[in-house]
Ligand binder design. Sequence first.
Ligand SMILES: C[S@@+](CC[C@H](N)C(=O)[O-])C[C@H]1O[C@@H](n2cnc3c(N)ncnc32)[C@H](O)[C@@H]1O
Length: 926
Amino acid sequence: MTNLFSTTQKDSGPVECLGQTFPSEHARREHFTKLLAEKLKDPAFRKIEGFPQGTDDAILAMSDPPYYTACPNPFLEDFVHHYGKPYDPSVKYSREPQTIDVSVGKTDPLYKAHSYHTKVPHLAIVPSILHYTEPGDIVLDGFGGSGMTGVAAQWCGSAPSAYRHELETEWKKQGKAAPKWGARRVILNDLSPAATFIAANYNLPFDVEAFSKAGKQLLKDVEQELGWMYETTHTDGKTKGRIEYTVWSEVFTCPHCAGEVNFLDEALDEETKRVRDDFPCPHCNAELTKKKLERLYVSRLDSATGNTLQVPKRVPSLISYRIGKTKYEKKPDAADLALLQKIDALPLPGTVPTVAFPFADMWEAPRMRDKGITHTHHMFLPRAAQAMGALWGKAQAHPDARIRGFLTFMVEQAVAGLSVLNRYGPTHFSQVNRMLAGVYYVAAQHAECSPWYILGGKLDRLVKAFGNFKVGAGGAAINTGTAAHIPLADGSIDYIFTDPPFGENLPYAELNFLVEAWHGVMTQARLDAIVDRAKENRAAQKSVDDYRRLMAACFKEYFRVLKPGRWMTVVFSNTQAAVWNGLQTAMQEAGFVVANVSALDKQQGSFKAVTTAVAVKQDLVISAYKPNGGLEQRFAERGATPESAWDFVQTHLRQLPVVKVKGGELEFVAERDPRILFDRMVAWFVRHSAPVPLSSQEFQDGLRSRFPERDGMVFLPEQVAEYDKKRAQTAQAPQMELFVSDERSAIDWAADYLKARPSTYQDIHPEFIKQLGAGWKKHETRPELSALLEANFLRYEGTGEVPSQIHRYLSTNYHDLRGLEKNDPRLIAKAQDRWYVPDPNKAQDLEKKREKALLKEFETYKTFTGRKIKESRLEVLRAGFRDAWAAKDYATILRVADKLPDATLQEDEKLLTLYDMALTRSEDGI
Ligand SMILES: C[S@@+](CC[C@H](N)C(=O)[O-])C[C@H]1O[C@@H](n2cnc3c(N)ncnc32)[C@H](O)[C@@H]1O
């Protein structure tokens, strides 16, 4: 087997690959490229879902098979078969969920070696991989983007000793044993060929020294060829200067005299480098602001397409150049303008793509049309097109395929920076990479940089970053396609780390289009898992429901390929409750059991448990596992019995952390809360299409008699000693933080409140009102406190003995009531009219009564004849959906769902799950 820690493979010696020996890397590549070329001719292969759009030649040019293919990878299964360990149920594996801080490592040179949308730093992922896996295990990321999961997996083998020491010390503090160091193997997948190309270059070995030489040569060659385009004469009239960047300004017209106004010339204060809010017209002196100006357009013949375009009139306004080490600025003179005209007359290099942007499917279409951009080559001014064309052409011409790949990885980073997307920032020290992230925004002032200004420092930084990162052949395999269809065998993956698309935030396929056009291989945009409402082509729009379905298909695939009992970490930057809820629902529907959701509190650097979907920007980390085969098998034998429910709880509790310590204090483990355990149990039965065998109160009762409880958390008997030990060392009991957003959480809040202090209506009312504040769900009816108390709690009316719940509270908290009998008049007087939490038997009676009332109210929703039920009670809907589900009455669920505002459904995990399942059932005619 190939040594995973070997440095780069040179062509000088034999190499092993997937069990075969080849005389050289070149021979290996040739062998597999031939196989891939044959495969590409197979129409069935090309029909695989998610297959990118591109010619055979373009796909082959990007690929380095068997490790990387810019299309579905036909060698992926072999890779895992060869390097992986088959699932063996007799091998013991047990881990608690571990959360991570996704914000660490953003300044690391390796992380910065290539940018990509919403990258997660490898150093943030490393602790997770170390926690869940062992050296040689196989990690998967199906939304791999730039491949940082792969970098993290391989980095575990080359972590410097200082890092190891720091991590081991930290883990020791948390009571954890040191990890097993050593590289893990990785499977990376992404829908976008631009992404997998970056990932492949990050993760496959190359000869750093040879690249360094080739990179220097490339920049030198480009300079020899195009250096004349970047020369200017110093203000002394004789010395030659080297242009770093030229600032182009759009020209506007004055609304008063119609004279031309060069915005930069008039608005930029040369001293302070600030753009003035108002300035005089150079012709008529009228006071102008940017808003008052109108953009001037000129006609331009596009020789590549033969079309005449209306483009904003742009003029060069400022040249920044260097003589030796000194920087200067000047206004372009006649010679500079003549030079630009000469360049303008040159033909477009053949390497520059002239592809039409698919505007019908793009969010950014109006913005781009406005700037006269319809094709990819319109993104570059004439000199920049020459420069980018030369860089690309020279990188692609390198004779060694692997060096060719990495040179392309370097030069493609100049694509956006050389384009008109690069904004001029007068107060910025550097004008490199000044694009606005996530959009195709063309500003009125553009800094057109020279290739050396962009890439000179980059080359050195790449050499340094990759010089310290050792990867071996066989460390990674990369696939281009949809995560809903990954060519891997069932149960073959040891751990999944993944950062899925965030719903409405970024249209990846659209943003990657420009770079993919250079490669000639494009994303299959139809499958881009995003929420996308703004397209002209209505058929291509994607709703929150479409997003959820796409994600559900991807999570089903994750579930299939993961080994039983193994973990998945999902990081997710949340902004919309509906999108987050969709994601969680999709995960649970696929069969995963969520064991922890936490959000990073950036200010405090700590994590907090998240139990409800909220619409705030948060970085969430979700830990979920695939139940091991034992539980599933026992369920298949037993069916939907209470025993199966307890079996589930038993298995689930084993997967949860026993203690969480932060700064010496114990933290509440939210997943051990009885109410959350109930929700997880219900989700598990629903996902198995089985009736839930226990009511909420029966569950709470059974839980109490079966499992020990501490500080409101449920444990397995064998876990409790460890908790007690830690608890004895801390002064404060951990507290569950409840976020009240609907009737259910309001009831939970009241239960916690009354458990701690049975109270009268008057006592609790002001506190209760405070809870129904800003976080309340938009379409949820606000409950009346009296009705809520009546339906869920008991009031002591002053007759008979004082209930023990109130007795306990009064005798501990009131000096003068201590030691009194339960029928003492003084105690009775103080206890009268206090509300308290019923004991288990009474609670079950209350629950039944309440359920009946809820179902009665559900009838009014069923018969509602208006257009939308603007305000409703989620508790009524949940009870009604549950009841209809149990009766297989899917039509009722769908009919009532249809009358609800989208948010009501999409923001509630329980309703959404039942709705989704009902939809599938009725579509399948089951
Ligand atoms: C949040 S980004 C991941 C970025 C990654 N963590 C990194 O560090 O570069 C999500 C990725 O999902 C990809 N994607 C979108 N839909 C997909 C699908 N159906 N299958 C696979 N990948 C998809 C996008 O192309 C994008 O690269």
